[in-house]
Ligand binder design. Structure first.
Ligand SMILES: NC(=O)c1ccc[n+]([C@@H]2O[C@H](COP(=O)([O-])OP(=O)(O)OC[C@H]3O[C@@H](n4cnc5c(N)ncnc54)[C@H](O)[C@@H]3O)[C@@H](O)[C@H]2O)c1
Length: 342
């Protein structure tokens, strides 16, 4: 199962929507993105289509039950039918949310997505994992629901602020460590836009092989278990948290063997990582362990699957007990403290 992925200019988006096999298009648009691009895109008047728009609170705050219920109510009260097609316009938060709307409405309608952040272009829009958050943790309520189309227009990145570009580049760090081909392309000052296609192709290939994440797809979680915990604890952008997660995994499972390589990738991609969030403070072991225990990758009350780097371009999945992780954190306390410098 896979999506149709097209790299196109913004001017073509209206035509893409016109060509959908439906008379009813349900747009879910990130509020900020809509304010910036609604005039240019002009998606509300498409010949032969009835177009409804639900404006989503921007970014992560859309991913809760209240908004899900509100979007579903909005569309369902306007005579939605089974051939209605949801179109997401926004970053990863909007596509995760829109995919949930599409998965639940009338037991599932088709959907397509227009990613507008770097992170959603290289990662979130691809692969059909859709979710909202729970007070218990990130993305704990979700489904697998493939988008029919992913239309990537990199000119959306022109209005994206540097913090969000760095966050997207954080996911590229992950790909560079998973794929030697992508690693080879991370030369000094490489333009991130030039890497989008490679990352998309890599993820799509992995997802096509293992849609429901019973095997190989697990590698895409590299850095994410600690990453999600760090994101929750420090409210950092997703991709930046993932980079800290990758660095922590390196200390805990590889004695920091790849630290210099990872920092080189960060530098080449011009990622503004900032200082480590626990600089001059104790690493919050207890909270991090609590988040880990609630992670989706837990496989029993005592075990969790972690992705560990074996060499650049090659990882393995280890089933690790929580007590082992806690012991490792305690053993490597000093290295974790010093993580902010090479
Ligand atoms: N489903 C998956 O496989 C997957 C993978 C990775 C991440 N995610 C999810 O993606 C989410 C993060 O997504 P994100 O990093 O794309 O951020 P986001 O969707 O939260 O957007 C971040 C901010 O950028 C703004 N924005 C978006 N596009 C813009 C543009 N072109 N110009 C100016 N501003 C713009 C938004 O309004 C928002 O304020 C998280 O919820 C994460 O869980 C999902």
């Amino acid at each position: 199962m896979s999506s149709r992925i097209e790299f196109c200019k913004m001017d073509f988006l209206k035509e893409k929507l016109r060509s959908l096999d439906t008379d009813l298009i349900l747009i879910v648009a990130d509020l900020n993105v809509w304010s910036l691009y609604s005039k240019t895109l002009s998606l509300l008047n498409i010949d032969g289509k009835n177009v409804l728009l639900w404006k989503a609170p921007d970014g992560e705050k859309v991913k809760d039950f209240e908004n899900l219920s509100s979007a579903l109510d909005f569309f369902l009260s306007r005579n939605v039918h089974r051939k209605a097609h949801v179109v997401s316009l926004g970053g990863g938060a909007t596509s995760d949310f829109s995919g949930m709307v599409a998965a639940l409405m009338l037991r599932g309608v088709k959907w397509s997505t227009i990613p507008t952040t770097l992170l959603s272009m290289v990662d979130a829009a691809i692969g059909g994992k859709v979710a909202i958050n729970s007070p218990q943790g990130k993305n704990l309520i979700g489904a697998f629901h493939h988008p029919e189309n992913i239309w990537v227009c990199d000119s959306f990145l022109e209005t994206l602020d540097q913090k969000e570009i760095s966050s997207g580049a954080g996911e590229i760090v992950k790909y560079a460590l998973l794929s030697r081909d992508i690693y080879a392309k991370i030369i000094p000052d490489v333009e991130v836009k030039s890497l989008i296609k490679d990352c998309v192709q890599f993820k799509e290939e992995v997802v096509t092989e293992d849609f429901k994440e019973t095997g190989r797809r697990k590698i895409l979680n590299f850095g994410h278990t600690f990453g999600h915990a760090i994101e929750k604890e420090y409210h950092l952008p997703h991709g930046i948290s993932v980079v800290w997660g990758i660095l922590l995994m390196d200390i805990l499972f590889n004695d920091g063997k790849y630290k210099a390589d990872i920092f080189k990738i960060i530098e080449n991609l011009n990622i503004d990582l900032g200082e480590s969030p626990w600089l001059n403070k104790e690493f919050p072991v207890e909270n991090i362990m609590l988040y880990l225990r609630k992670d989706k990758k837990t496989t029993s009350s005592e075990l969790i699957d972690l992705v560990v780097l074996k060499e650049i371009g090659n990882v393995e999945i280890l089933s690790v007990s929580f007590s082992e992780i806690e012991n490792k954190i305690s053993d490597k306390k000093e290295d974790i403290k010093k993580l902010c410098s090479i």
